[in-house]
Design a protein around this ligand. Structure first.
Ligand code: C2E
Ligand code: MG
Ligand code: MG
Length: 497
Protein backbone atom coordinates (compact mmCIF):
# COMPACT_ATOMS: atom_id res chain seq x y z
CA UNK A 1 0.00 0.00 0.00
CA UNK A 2 2.80 2.39 0.85
CA UNK A 3 4.55 1.78 -2.46
CA UNK A 4 1.33 2.31 -4.37
CA UNK A 5 -0.42 5.12 -2.48
CA UNK A 6 2.51 6.54 -0.49
CA UNK A 7 0.42 6.16 2.67
CA UNK A 8 -0.99 3.50 5.00
CA UNK A 9 -2.43 3.57 8.45
CA UNK A 10 -3.77 0.92 10.76
CA UNK A 11 -3.50 -1.07 13.95
CA UNK A 12 -0.16 -2.75 14.56
CA UNK A 13 0.47 -5.29 17.30
CA UNK A 14 4.07 -5.39 18.43
CA UNK A 15 6.28 -6.85 21.11
CA UNK A 16 8.56 -4.86 23.33
CA UNK A 17 12.05 -6.12 24.01
CA UNK A 18 10.87 -7.42 27.37
CA UNK A 19 8.23 -9.52 25.59
CA UNK A 20 5.30 -7.31 26.51
CA UNK A 21 2.61 -7.15 23.84
CA UNK A 22 1.41 -3.67 22.85
CA UNK A 23 -1.05 -2.27 20.35
CA UNK A 24 -0.38 0.87 18.36
CA UNK A 25 -2.05 3.05 15.81
CA UNK A 26 0.52 3.49 13.10
CA UNK A 27 0.71 5.84 10.10
CA UNK A 28 3.35 5.33 7.38
CA UNK A 29 4.09 7.99 4.72
CA UNK A 30 6.59 7.61 1.90
CA UNK A 31 8.67 10.47 0.57
CA UNK A 32 9.70 10.12 -3.06
CA UNK A 33 12.42 11.47 -5.31
CA UNK A 34 11.62 13.57 -8.37
CA UNK A 35 11.55 10.38 -10.45
CA UNK A 36 8.97 8.88 -8.08
CA UNK A 37 11.23 6.38 -6.33
CA UNK A 38 10.49 5.88 -2.61
CA UNK A 39 13.32 7.43 -0.65
CA UNK A 40 12.20 7.53 2.99
CA UNK A 41 9.37 6.23 5.12
CA UNK A 42 8.08 8.39 7.94
CA UNK A 43 6.41 6.21 10.55
CA UNK A 44 4.38 7.61 13.40
CA UNK A 45 3.45 5.16 16.14
CA UNK A 46 0.99 5.97 18.92
CA UNK A 47 0.59 3.37 21.60
CA UNK A 48 -3.13 2.68 22.16
CA UNK A 49 -2.80 -0.35 24.44
CA UNK A 50 -4.55 1.31 27.37
CA UNK A 51 -7.35 2.56 25.15
CA UNK A 52 -7.91 -0.97 23.85
CA UNK A 53 -8.15 -2.35 27.37
CA UNK A 54 -10.72 0.27 28.24
CA UNK A 55 -12.66 -0.40 25.03
CA UNK A 56 -12.78 -4.07 25.85
CA UNK A 57 -14.00 -3.29 29.34
CA UNK A 58 -16.71 -1.01 27.97
CA UNK A 59 -17.75 -3.68 25.50
CA UNK A 60 -17.95 -6.16 28.32
CA UNK A 61 -20.00 -3.77 30.42
CA UNK A 62 -22.27 -3.02 27.51
CA UNK A 63 -22.76 -6.60 26.37
CA UNK A 64 -22.27 -8.82 29.40
CA UNK A 65 -23.93 -9.06 32.73
CA UNK A 66 -21.20 -8.26 35.27
CA UNK A 67 -22.67 -10.54 37.94
CA UNK A 68 -23.01 -13.80 36.01
CA UNK A 69 -20.73 -13.12 33.04
CA UNK A 70 -23.58 -14.14 30.74
CA UNK A 71 -24.50 -12.09 27.65
CA UNK A 72 -26.94 -9.37 28.67
CA UNK A 73 -30.17 -8.21 27.10
CA UNK A 74 -28.54 -6.08 24.36
CA UNK A 75 -26.25 -8.87 23.27
CA UNK A 76 -29.12 -11.33 23.41
CA UNK A 77 -31.07 -9.10 21.04
CA UNK A 78 -28.19 -8.80 18.62
CA UNK A 79 -27.26 -12.47 18.58
CA UNK A 80 -30.83 -13.69 18.40
CA UNK A 81 -31.33 -11.33 15.50
CA UNK A 82 -28.38 -12.96 13.71
CA UNK A 83 -29.82 -16.40 14.48
CA UNK A 84 -33.17 -15.34 13.02
CA UNK A 85 -31.54 -14.04 9.84
CA UNK A 86 -29.59 -17.22 9.27
CA UNK A 87 -32.57 -19.43 10.20
CA UNK A 88 -34.60 -17.61 7.57
CA UNK A 89 -31.93 -18.31 4.97
CA UNK A 90 -31.45 -21.94 5.85
CA UNK A 91 -35.14 -22.63 6.52
CA UNK A 92 -34.43 -23.82 10.03
CA UNK A 93 -36.25 -23.19 13.30
CA UNK A 94 -35.29 -21.67 16.63
CA UNK A 95 -36.70 -22.30 20.08
CA UNK A 96 -36.63 -19.42 22.56
CA UNK A 97 -37.06 -20.30 26.24
CA UNK A 98 -37.89 -17.60 28.72
CA UNK A 99 -37.08 -18.55 32.32
CA UNK A 100 -38.21 -16.72 35.41
CA UNK A 101 -37.22 -18.01 38.85
CA UNK A 102 -40.15 -18.68 41.14
CA UNK A 103 -40.18 -16.84 44.46
CA UNK A 104 -36.69 -15.44 44.10
CA UNK A 105 -37.64 -12.15 45.71
CA UNK A 106 -38.22 -13.61 49.19
CA UNK A 107 -34.67 -15.03 49.12
CA UNK A 108 -33.29 -11.63 48.23
CA UNK A 109 -35.39 -9.88 50.85
CA UNK A 110 -34.80 -12.26 53.70
CA UNK A 111 -31.16 -13.17 53.15
CA UNK A 112 -29.88 -9.97 51.59
CA UNK A 113 -28.62 -9.07 48.13
CA UNK A 114 -25.19 -10.72 48.38
CA UNK A 115 -26.92 -14.06 49.00
CA UNK A 116 -29.32 -13.37 46.12
CA UNK A 117 -26.35 -12.62 43.87
CA UNK A 118 -24.72 -15.91 44.78
CA UNK A 119 -27.90 -17.76 43.89
CA UNK A 120 -28.08 -16.02 40.50
CA UNK A 121 -24.46 -16.89 39.74
CA UNK A 122 -25.09 -20.50 40.58
CA UNK A 123 -28.25 -20.48 38.44
CA UNK A 124 -26.20 -19.13 35.52
CA UNK A 125 -23.71 -21.99 35.97
CA UNK A 126 -26.40 -24.60 36.04
CA UNK A 127 -28.07 -23.14 32.95
CA UNK A 128 -24.84 -23.37 31.03
CA UNK A 129 -24.57 -27.02 31.93
CA UNK A 130 -28.01 -27.67 30.45
CA UNK A 131 -27.24 -26.51 26.93
CA UNK A 132 -24.87 -27.13 24.05
CA UNK A 133 -22.05 -24.78 23.16
CA UNK A 134 -23.79 -23.22 20.16
CA UNK A 135 -26.90 -22.35 22.19
CA UNK A 136 -27.30 -18.90 23.65
CA UNK A 137 -28.03 -18.25 27.33
CA UNK A 138 -28.41 -14.73 28.61
CA UNK A 139 -29.55 -12.83 31.65
CA UNK A 140 -32.29 -10.44 30.73
CA UNK A 141 -32.71 -8.74 34.11
CA UNK A 142 -33.15 -9.62 37.78
CA UNK A 143 -34.14 -13.25 37.88
CA UNK A 144 -35.04 -13.58 34.19
CA UNK A 145 -32.97 -15.62 31.75
CA UNK A 146 -33.43 -16.61 28.11
CA UNK A 147 -32.10 -19.56 26.18
CA UNK A 148 -32.12 -19.75 22.37
CA UNK A 149 -31.68 -23.09 20.59
CA UNK A 150 -30.94 -22.67 16.90
CA UNK A 151 -30.56 -25.02 13.90
CA UNK A 152 -33.71 -27.03 14.56
CA UNK A 153 -34.91 -28.90 11.47
CA UNK A 154 -38.65 -28.50 12.00
CA UNK A 155 -41.10 -26.78 14.32
CA UNK A 156 -41.76 -30.20 15.88
CA UNK A 157 -38.14 -30.96 16.54
CA UNK A 158 -37.64 -27.43 17.88
CA UNK A 159 -40.55 -28.06 20.26
CA UNK A 160 -39.18 -31.45 21.31
CA UNK A 161 -35.71 -30.10 21.98
CA UNK A 162 -37.15 -27.12 23.83
CA UNK A 163 -39.22 -29.34 26.13
CA UNK A 164 -36.23 -31.51 26.86
CA UNK A 165 -33.95 -28.57 27.61
CA UNK A 166 -36.75 -26.97 29.64
CA UNK A 167 -37.21 -30.11 31.73
CA UNK A 168 -33.47 -30.41 32.19
CA UNK A 169 -33.33 -26.81 33.46
CA UNK A 170 -36.20 -27.32 35.90
CA UNK A 171 -34.50 -30.43 37.20
CA UNK A 172 -31.16 -28.61 37.56
CA UNK A 173 -32.85 -25.80 39.50
CA UNK A 174 -34.50 -28.23 41.87
CA UNK A 175 -31.17 -29.41 43.24
CA UNK A 176 -30.58 -27.57 46.55
CA UNK A 177 -28.48 -24.39 46.62
CA UNK A 178 -26.04 -24.11 49.51
CA UNK A 179 -25.75 -20.43 50.40
CA UNK A 180 -24.36 -19.13 53.70
CA UNK A 181 -24.61 -22.50 55.37
CA UNK A 182 -28.21 -22.79 54.42
CA UNK A 183 -29.94 -25.07 52.00
CA UNK A 184 -32.22 -23.17 49.62
CA UNK A 185 -34.73 -24.56 47.18
CA UNK A 186 -35.70 -22.92 43.93
CA UNK A 187 -37.97 -23.64 41.02
CA UNK A 188 -38.53 -21.87 37.73
CA UNK A 189 -41.25 -21.20 35.18
CA UNK A 190 -40.41 -21.47 31.51
CA UNK A 191 -42.23 -20.16 28.44
CA UNK A 192 -41.33 -21.27 24.92
CA UNK A 193 -41.82 -19.60 21.54
CA UNK A 194 -40.68 -21.13 18.24
CA UNK A 195 -39.38 -19.20 15.24
CA UNK A 196 -41.02 -18.71 12.77
CA UNK A 197 -44.18 -20.41 14.07
CA UNK A 198 -44.75 -18.06 17.04
CA UNK A 199 -42.97 -14.93 15.90
CA UNK A 200 -40.96 -13.57 13.01
CA UNK A 201 -38.82 -11.09 14.88
CA UNK A 202 -36.73 -11.02 18.02
CA UNK A 203 -39.18 -8.67 19.72
CA UNK A 204 -42.13 -10.94 18.95
CA UNK A 205 -40.28 -14.06 20.03
CA UNK A 206 -39.26 -12.52 23.33
CA UNK A 207 -42.72 -11.11 23.96
CA UNK A 208 -44.44 -14.40 23.21
CA UNK A 209 -42.05 -16.58 25.18
CA UNK A 210 -42.50 -14.14 28.07
CA UNK A 211 -46.26 -14.49 27.76
CA UNK A 212 -45.97 -18.27 27.75
CA UNK A 213 -43.83 -17.98 30.89
CA UNK A 214 -46.75 -16.23 32.64
CA UNK A 215 -48.95 -19.18 31.69
CA UNK A 216 -46.41 -21.43 33.34
CA UNK A 217 -46.62 -19.28 36.50
CA UNK A 218 -50.43 -19.43 36.40
CA UNK A 219 -50.22 -23.15 35.99
CA UNK A 220 -48.66 -23.56 39.40
CA UNK A 221 -45.05 -22.67 38.52
CA UNK A 222 -42.18 -25.13 38.11
CA UNK A 223 -43.31 -26.09 34.61
CA UNK A 224 -42.85 -25.47 30.91
CA UNK A 225 -45.48 -23.92 28.63
CA UNK A 226 -45.56 -23.20 24.91
CA UNK A 227 -46.93 -20.00 23.48
CA UNK A 228 -48.97 -22.12 21.10
CA UNK A 229 -51.72 -24.12 22.81
CA UNK A 230 -51.57 -26.90 20.26
CA UNK A 231 -47.87 -27.38 20.87
CA UNK A 232 -48.56 -27.53 24.58
CA UNK A 233 -50.87 -30.46 24.14
CA UNK A 234 -48.41 -32.29 21.96
CA UNK A 235 -45.55 -31.64 24.36
CA UNK A 236 -47.54 -32.91 27.31
CA UNK A 237 -48.45 -36.04 25.40
CA UNK A 238 -44.86 -36.59 24.37
CA UNK A 239 -43.64 -36.26 27.94
CA UNK A 240 -46.33 -38.64 29.13
CA UNK A 241 -45.47 -41.24 26.54
CA UNK A 242 -41.79 -40.88 27.31
CA UNK A 243 -42.43 -41.27 30.99
CA UNK A 244 -44.70 -44.28 30.53
CA UNK A 245 -42.19 -45.94 28.23
CA UNK A 246 -39.60 -45.87 30.98
CA UNK A 247 -41.68 -48.40 32.87
CA UNK A 248 -43.01 -50.37 29.90
CA UNK A 249 -40.56 -53.25 30.35
CA UNK A 250 -41.07 -53.58 34.12
CA UNK A 251 -44.81 -53.38 33.77
CA UNK A 252 -44.77 -56.10 31.15
CA UNK A 253 -46.47 -53.90 28.60
CA UNK A 254 -44.27 -54.87 25.66
CA UNK A 255 -45.08 -57.76 23.40
CA UNK A 256 -43.70 -59.10 20.16
CA UNK A 257 -45.95 -59.89 17.25
CA UNK A 258 -44.67 -62.01 14.41
CA UNK A 259 -45.36 -61.69 10.72
CA UNK A 260 -44.56 -64.69 8.54
CA UNK A 261 -42.45 -64.38 5.41
CA UNK A 262 -42.97 -66.68 2.44
CA UNK A 263 -41.13 -67.98 -0.59
CA UNK A 264 -42.84 -66.41 -3.60
CA UNK A 265 -42.58 -69.48 -5.82
CA UNK A 266 -44.34 -72.04 -3.62
CA UNK A 267 -45.68 -69.84 -0.82
CA UNK A 268 -43.90 -71.86 1.86
CA UNK A 269 -43.13 -70.08 5.06
CA UNK A 270 -39.46 -69.11 5.32
CA UNK A 271 -39.33 -67.19 8.55
CA UNK A 272 -40.96 -64.49 10.65
CA UNK A 273 -40.27 -60.84 11.43
CA UNK A 274 -40.60 -59.71 15.03
CA UNK A 275 -42.59 -56.46 15.37
CA UNK A 276 -42.84 -54.65 18.66
CA UNK A 277 -46.19 -53.82 20.27
CA UNK A 278 -46.83 -51.66 23.33
CA UNK A 279 -49.97 -52.19 25.37
CA UNK A 280 -50.41 -48.95 27.25
CA UNK A 281 -52.52 -48.95 30.41
CA UNK A 282 -54.96 -46.23 29.25
CA UNK A 283 -54.16 -45.64 25.62
CA UNK A 284 -54.51 -49.26 24.55
CA UNK A 285 -52.22 -50.55 21.86
CA UNK A 286 -49.74 -47.94 20.65
CA UNK A 287 -48.30 -48.64 17.16
CA UNK A 288 -44.49 -48.70 16.90
CA UNK A 289 -44.45 -45.73 14.52
CA UNK A 290 -45.69 -43.60 17.42
CA UNK A 291 -43.12 -44.57 19.97
CA UNK A 292 -40.01 -45.93 18.24
CA UNK A 293 -38.86 -42.40 17.27
CA UNK A 294 -39.32 -41.33 20.90
CA UNK A 295 -37.36 -44.21 22.36
CA UNK A 296 -34.65 -43.61 19.77
CA UNK A 297 -34.47 -39.99 20.81
CA UNK A 298 -34.36 -40.66 24.52
CA UNK A 299 -31.98 -43.59 24.37
CA UNK A 300 -34.68 -45.93 25.73
CA UNK A 301 -34.18 -47.91 22.52
CA UNK A 302 -31.11 -49.45 24.14
CA UNK A 303 -32.89 -51.35 26.95
CA UNK A 304 -36.02 -51.88 24.84
CA UNK A 305 -34.03 -53.08 21.83
CA UNK A 306 -32.20 -55.48 24.10
CA UNK A 307 -35.51 -56.76 25.40
CA UNK A 308 -36.74 -57.31 21.81
CA UNK A 309 -33.62 -59.22 20.82
CA UNK A 310 -33.71 -61.45 23.87
CA UNK A 311 -37.46 -62.06 23.70
CA UNK A 312 -37.45 -62.86 19.98
CA UNK A 313 -34.55 -65.29 20.29
CA UNK A 314 -36.15 -66.92 23.35
CA UNK A 315 -39.38 -67.40 21.39
CA UNK A 316 -37.44 -68.82 18.46
CA UNK A 317 -35.63 -71.30 20.71
CA UNK A 318 -38.96 -72.39 22.18
CA UNK A 319 -40.51 -72.98 18.76
CA UNK A 320 -37.58 -75.07 17.69
CA UNK A 321 -37.74 -77.19 20.83
CA UNK A 322 -41.39 -77.89 20.15
CA UNK A 323 -40.61 -78.86 16.56
CA UNK A 324 -42.29 -75.89 14.92
CA UNK A 325 -41.02 -75.33 11.38
CA UNK A 326 -39.79 -71.76 11.64
CA UNK A 327 -36.36 -71.45 10.12
CA UNK A 328 -35.51 -67.80 10.46
CA UNK A 329 -36.29 -64.90 12.72
CA UNK A 330 -35.86 -61.30 11.60
CA UNK A 331 -35.39 -58.54 14.17
CA UNK A 332 -35.44 -54.79 13.53
CA UNK A 333 -32.41 -52.91 14.78
CA UNK A 334 -32.44 -49.14 15.05
CA UNK A 335 -29.48 -46.95 14.16
CA UNK A 336 -28.82 -45.92 17.71
CA UNK A 337 -28.84 -49.50 18.88
CA UNK A 338 -26.51 -50.60 16.10
CA UNK A 339 -24.01 -47.86 16.98
CA UNK A 340 -23.99 -48.78 20.66
CA UNK A 341 -20.49 -50.06 21.53
CA UNK A 342 -21.76 -53.21 23.22
CA UNK A 343 -24.08 -54.24 20.39
CA UNK A 344 -22.02 -57.13 19.03
CA UNK A 345 -21.45 -58.53 22.49
CA UNK A 346 -25.14 -58.34 23.20
CA UNK A 347 -25.98 -60.30 20.05
CA UNK A 348 -23.35 -62.90 20.91
CA UNK A 349 -24.60 -63.15 24.47
CA UNK A 350 -28.23 -63.60 23.43
CA UNK A 351 -27.32 -66.27 20.87
CA UNK A 352 -25.40 -68.21 23.50
CA UNK A 353 -28.05 -67.74 26.16
CA UNK A 354 -30.92 -68.96 24.00
CA UNK A 355 -28.92 -71.50 22.03
CA UNK A 356 -30.32 -70.50 18.64
CA UNK A 357 -28.34 -71.04 15.47
CA UNK A 358 -26.87 -67.67 14.41
CA UNK A 359 -27.64 -68.49 10.77
CA UNK A 360 -31.29 -68.38 11.68
CA UNK A 361 -31.05 -64.87 13.03
CA UNK A 362 -31.49 -61.98 10.61
CA UNK A 363 -31.02 -58.37 11.66
CA UNK A 364 -32.99 -55.76 9.72
CA UNK A 365 -31.03 -52.55 9.36
CA UNK A 366 -32.07 -49.29 7.77
CA UNK A 367 -30.16 -47.58 5.01
CA UNK A 368 -29.44 -44.68 7.35
CA UNK A 369 -27.22 -46.98 9.42
CA UNK A 370 -25.13 -47.73 6.37
CA UNK A 371 -24.47 -44.19 5.26
CA UNK A 372 -22.77 -42.67 8.21
CA UNK A 373 -19.54 -43.71 9.82
CA UNK A 374 -18.70 -46.19 7.08
CA UNK A 375 -15.66 -47.67 8.73
CA UNK A 376 -17.34 -48.49 12.01
CA UNK A 377 -20.42 -49.85 10.25
CA UNK A 378 -18.38 -52.06 8.00
CA UNK A 379 -16.45 -53.38 10.97
CA UNK A 380 -19.60 -54.23 12.93
CA UNK A 381 -21.22 -55.86 9.89
CA UNK A 382 -18.15 -57.96 9.22
CA UNK A 383 -17.99 -59.13 12.80
CA UNK A 384 -21.68 -60.05 12.78
CA UNK A 385 -21.17 -61.88 9.52
CA UNK A 386 -18.25 -63.76 11.04
CA UNK A 387 -20.59 -64.87 13.82
CA UNK A 388 -22.90 -66.24 11.14
CA UNK A 389 -25.69 -63.69 11.62
CA UNK A 390 -27.66 -62.63 8.51
CA UNK A 391 -28.31 -59.01 7.60
CA UNK A 392 -31.15 -57.43 5.63
CA UNK A 393 -31.63 -53.83 4.55
CA UNK A 394 -35.14 -52.77 5.55
CA UNK A 395 -37.32 -50.27 3.68
CA UNK A 396 -34.91 -50.46 0.77
CA UNK A 397 -35.30 -47.70 -1.79
CA UNK A 398 -36.38 -44.98 0.63
CA UNK A 399 -32.91 -43.93 1.79
CA UNK A 400 -29.75 -42.93 0.05
CA UNK A 401 -28.59 -46.29 -1.11
CA UNK A 402 -25.59 -46.24 -3.26
CA UNK A 403 -24.60 -49.25 -5.28
CA UNK A 404 -21.15 -48.80 -4.02
CA UNK A 405 -22.19 -49.47 -0.43
CA UNK A 406 -24.23 -52.46 -1.38
CA UNK A 407 -21.23 -54.02 -2.98
CA UNK A 408 -19.06 -53.32 0.04
CA UNK A 409 -21.37 -54.31 2.84
CA UNK A 410 -21.80 -57.94 3.81
CA UNK A 411 -25.61 -57.96 3.68
CA UNK A 412 -27.75 -60.87 2.55
CA UNK A 413 -31.13 -59.46 1.64
CA UNK A 414 -32.85 -56.31 0.40
CA UNK A 415 -36.37 -55.65 1.66
CA UNK A 416 -38.21 -53.62 -0.93
CA UNK A 417 -40.12 -50.90 0.87
CA UNK A 418 -43.89 -51.27 0.92
CA UNK A 419 -44.40 -47.87 -0.68
CA UNK A 420 -43.23 -49.40 -4.01
CA UNK A 421 -45.40 -52.47 -3.61
CA UNK A 422 -48.60 -50.62 -2.67
CA UNK A 423 -49.71 -49.63 -6.18
CA UNK A 424 -48.35 -52.61 -8.06
CA UNK A 425 -48.82 -53.73 -10.75
CA UNK A 426 -50.70 -50.75 -12.22
CA UNK A 427 -48.30 -47.98 -11.39
CA UNK A 428 -45.65 -48.25 -14.07
CA UNK A 429 -43.02 -46.26 -12.16
CA UNK A 430 -43.29 -48.46 -9.11
CA UNK A 431 -43.33 -51.57 -11.28
CA UNK A 432 -40.14 -50.42 -12.94
CA UNK A 433 -38.45 -49.56 -9.65
CA UNK A 434 -39.42 -52.92 -8.19
CA UNK A 435 -38.06 -54.79 -11.22
CA UNK A 436 -34.86 -52.79 -11.03
CA UNK A 437 -34.31 -53.49 -7.33
CA UNK A 438 -34.91 -57.19 -7.90
CA UNK A 439 -32.46 -57.50 -10.76
CA UNK A 440 -29.92 -55.35 -8.97
CA UNK A 441 -30.13 -57.59 -5.91
CA UNK A 442 -29.67 -60.67 -8.05
CA UNK A 443 -26.68 -59.16 -9.82
CA UNK A 444 -25.08 -58.45 -6.48
CA UNK A 445 -25.83 -61.95 -5.27
CA UNK A 446 -28.38 -60.77 -2.70
CA UNK A 447 -31.82 -62.09 -1.88
CA UNK A 448 -34.93 -59.88 -2.15
CA UNK A 449 -38.11 -59.76 -0.16
CA UNK A 450 -41.09 -57.52 -0.85
CA UNK A 451 -43.01 -56.14 2.13
CA UNK A 452 -46.61 -54.99 2.28
CA UNK A 453 -48.02 -57.52 -0.18
CA UNK A 454 -51.79 -57.22 0.16
CA UNK A 455 -53.29 -58.53 -3.08
CA UNK A 456 -53.16 -61.48 -5.40
CA UNK A 457 -52.11 -59.19 -8.28
CA UNK A 458 -49.13 -57.97 -6.30
CA UNK A 459 -48.15 -61.54 -5.51
CA UNK A 460 -48.41 -62.50 -9.18
CA UNK A 461 -46.33 -59.56 -10.27
CA UNK A 462 -43.65 -60.53 -7.75
CA UNK A 463 -43.74 -64.13 -8.93
CA UNK A 464 -43.22 -63.03 -12.52
CA UNK A 465 -40.38 -60.72 -11.59
CA UNK A 466 -38.73 -63.45 -9.50
CA UNK A 467 -38.70 -61.69 -6.20
CA UNK A 468 -37.76 -64.55 -3.88
CA UNK A 469 -39.81 -63.75 -0.84
CA UNK A 470 -42.86 -61.82 0.25
CA UNK A 471 -44.42 -60.61 3.45
CA UNK A 472 -47.75 -58.89 3.88
CA UNK A 473 -51.38 -58.88 4.88
CA UNK A 474 -52.27 -61.05 1.87
CA UNK A 475 -50.88 -63.98 3.83
CA UNK A 476 -50.92 -62.76 7.37
CA UNK A 477 -50.87 -59.71 9.56
CA UNK A 478 -48.37 -59.65 12.41
CA UNK A 479 -49.81 -61.94 15.11
CA UNK A 480 -48.98 -62.72 18.75
CA UNK A 481 -46.63 -65.64 19.42
CA UNK A 482 -49.46 -67.83 20.71
CA UNK A 483 -51.44 -67.43 17.48
CA UNK A 484 -48.36 -67.99 15.38
CA UNK A 485 -48.01 -71.50 16.76
CA UNK A 486 -51.59 -72.26 15.81
CA UNK A 487 -51.14 -70.63 12.46
CA UNK A 488 -48.06 -72.61 11.55
CA UNK A 489 -49.46 -75.94 12.66
CA UNK A 490 -52.84 -75.53 11.00
CA UNK A 491 -52.30 -73.64 7.80
CA UNK A 492 -50.13 -74.33 4.83
CA UNK A 493 -50.84 -71.32 2.68
CA UNK A 494 -51.15 -71.74 -1.04
CA UNK A 495 -51.57 -69.30 -3.91
CA UNK A 496 -55.31 -69.94 -4.00
CA UNK A 497 -55.89 -69.13 -0.34
P1 C2E B 1 -40.87 -52.45 9.18
O1 C2E B 1 -39.73 -53.15 9.83
O2 C2E B 1 -40.70 -52.04 7.77
O3 C2E B 1 -42.09 -53.41 9.36
C1 C2E B 1 -43.13 -53.57 8.44
C2 C2E B 1 -44.36 -52.83 8.84
O4 C2E B 1 -45.33 -52.98 7.82
C3 C2E B 1 -45.03 -53.37 10.10
O5 C2E B 1 -45.62 -52.26 10.75
C4 C2E B 1 -46.10 -54.29 9.54
O6 C2E B 1 -47.19 -54.46 10.41
C5 C2E B 1 -46.52 -53.51 8.32
N1 C2E B 1 -47.08 -54.39 7.31
C6 C2E B 1 -46.78 -55.68 7.06
N2 C2E B 1 -47.50 -56.15 6.01
C7 C2E B 1 -48.25 -55.13 5.57
C8 C2E B 1 -49.21 -54.99 4.49
O7 C2E B 1 -49.51 -55.90 3.72
N3 C2E B 1 -49.78 -53.77 4.33
C9 C2E B 1 -49.49 -52.72 5.15
N4 C2E B 1 -50.10 -51.58 4.93
N5 C2E B 1 -48.60 -52.83 6.18
C10 C2E B 1 -47.99 -54.01 6.38
P2 C2E B 1 -45.49 -52.05 12.30
O8 C2E B 1 -45.55 -53.33 13.03
O9 C2E B 1 -46.46 -50.96 12.65
O10 C2E B 1 -44.01 -51.50 12.44
C11 C2E B 1 -43.63 -50.28 11.90
C12 C2E B 1 -42.16 -50.08 11.96
O11 C2E B 1 -41.70 -49.94 13.31
C13 C2E B 1 -41.35 -51.23 11.40
O12 C2E B 1 -41.28 -51.14 10.01
C14 C2E B 1 -40.02 -51.01 12.05
O13 C2E B 1 -39.28 -50.04 11.35
C15 C2E B 1 -40.40 -50.43 13.38
N6 C2E B 1 -40.30 -51.50 14.39
C16 C2E B 1 -41.19 -52.44 14.74
N7 C2E B 1 -40.71 -53.23 15.70
C17 C2E B 1 -39.47 -52.79 15.98
C18 C2E B 1 -38.43 -53.19 16.89
O14 C2E B 1 -38.55 -54.16 17.64
N8 C2E B 1 -37.27 -52.48 16.89
C19 C2E B 1 -37.09 -51.43 16.04
N9 C2E B 1 -35.93 -50.76 16.08
N10 C2E B 1 -38.02 -51.03 15.17
C20 C2E B 1 -39.21 -51.69 15.14
MG1 MG C 1 -38.55 -54.53 9.38
MG1 MG D 1 -39.89 -52.19 6.19
Amino acid sequence: AVLKDSYWQGEVHYLRKNGEERVSWTGISATRSRTGKVQNLIIIVSDITERKVIERRIHKLAYFDPLTGLPNRSQMHERLDQMVTSARQSNTHIAVLFLDLDRFKPINDSMGHPAGDRVLKEVANRLQNCIKRQDLVSRMSGDEFTIALSDQKSADSAANTAVKVGERILHALQQPFFIEQRELFLTGSIGIAIFPHDGQTVTELLKNSDMAMYHAKDDGRNNVQFFDEHMNKKAVELLEIENDLRYAIERNELELYYQPQYATADCRMQGVEALLRWHHGDKGMVPPGNFIPIIEDTGLIIPIGEWVLRQACTDMAKWQKSGLAIDRIAINVSARQFKQPGFINLVQEVIEETGIDPHQLELELTESILIDDLEHTLDVLNRLRAMGVRMAIDDFGTGYSSLNYLKQFPVDTLKIDQSFIRSLPHNTDDAQITRTIISMAHNLGLGVIAEGVETKEQLEFLQQTQCEEIQGFYFSKPIPASQLIEYVTQRTPSIES
